[in-house]
Design a protein around this ligand. Sequence first.
Ligand code: AMP
Length: 366
Amino acid sequence: MIPRERILSVLSKYDESDVKIGTICSHSSLQIFNGARREGLRSVGIVLRENKPYYESFPRASPDIFIEVDSYGDLLSEETQEELISENVIMIPHGSFVEYVGSENILERFGVPMFGNRLTLYWEGDRRRQRKWLEDAGVPTPRIYRSPEDIDRPVIVKLHGAKGGKGYFKASSPEEFYEKFSELKERGLVGSLEDVVIEEFIVGVRFYPHFFFSPIESENIADLEGGRLELLGIDRRLEVIDEIHRGLPDLMEDFMDYTVTGNIPVIVREKYLVDLLRDAVKIISSSRRLFYPGLIGPFCMEMIYNPSRGFITFEVSTRIVAGTNLYTDGSPYSYYYYDEPMSMGRRIAREIKEAVKSGSLHKIIY
Ligand code: AMP
C-alpha cells in the first residue's frame, strides 16, 4: 500500500494557488466538474477518447482540461500520473473510478493525491471487513448466515464484488438456496460458496442518505468529537424488482432482479432524521478507531427501515454516490446548511478550497 507520507510529500510540492479537481468522465463527474466551476476551481477530466465529444458538450459541466485515454487502466501509467501531478490535480474517487481502476491498483500503484482517506477502499471493498466496521460502529445490521444449512427465514444472497445488485437472489430455505445457487454456477457467475454472502432479507423501506464529513470544520454535533457532519440528500435506488407489480397477476421471475437502474429522490419523516444522523456519527467514530483519520468527505449509508427494528444498515459506500446526481442544485436538506445551491460535487470543491485557505489541505488528502 502506498504510504500516506508519500502522497503527502507529492502534495507538498503542489502549487496550492492552482489546485485542480480531477476525475474520470463517468458516474457523477458532471456534478463534480460543475461543483468545481461554481467554487472557482479548475478541473481535469480523464476521458475515453470516443466519449470526449459528449463530455465537451456541457458548457457548465465539462472539465477545463481533458486527458484522453484509450482505457481507464491508462490512469496507472507513469506518464498519466505525472501529468496529473504536474497539473496539481486532486483526484475525486467515484464508483466508476474505483470499478474501472480497481481498489487494489489504487492502493498499490496510484500515486496521485486523492480527496479523502484511501484506506476506506480497503475497509469497504471486502464485505467481511466492511461488516466488522459496521459492527464496531454498533449500528444495527442484517444477520449474516455462515452456512446455507442455517437458513431459517428469507435471505438475500449477494455475490462478492457484484456491482449494482446483479445476480442477487432470494431464498427461504437451504433447498431453495442450493437450487438457485447451482443455476448461477451453471451460468459461471459463482464458483464456490465462498463467492456469496447470505444475508437476512430485511422487510421495510429503503433509504440511501448522502452524508459529507469535514474534519477541518468546527464540530456541529457533540458526539462527533470534532468535525462537521452534513446530510446533503437522500435517494432511493430504482431496481428492476421495484416494478414487479407490473407483471401482476403473475409473478414474473425476470422481475426478481436487484440490478440498480436509476435513482429517485426521497425525504424521510423528520423524526427519523435523528436516527440517520446518530448512526452516521457512529460510523465516523468507528472509522477513526479502525483506520485513522477515518472517513473524510462524502459517504452513503444504505439502510432499510423496519417498523419493529428501526433503521438497519446493510452497506456503506465511502465516496460520492450516483444518487447525489439528483441534487445538482441542492436538496431539501442542503438548504438547512447552505443558503445557496450545494450539490455534493460542489461541497467537495468547497472543502478543498477552504482547506487551501486555512493551510490544512494535508488533513483531507490521502
Ligand atoms: P447492495 O449491493 O448491498 O447495495 O444491494 C443491492 C440491493 O439489494 C439493495 O439496494 C436492496 O434493494 C437489496 N438489499 C440488499 N441487502 C438487503 C437486505 N439485507 N434485505 C433486503 N434487501 C436488501
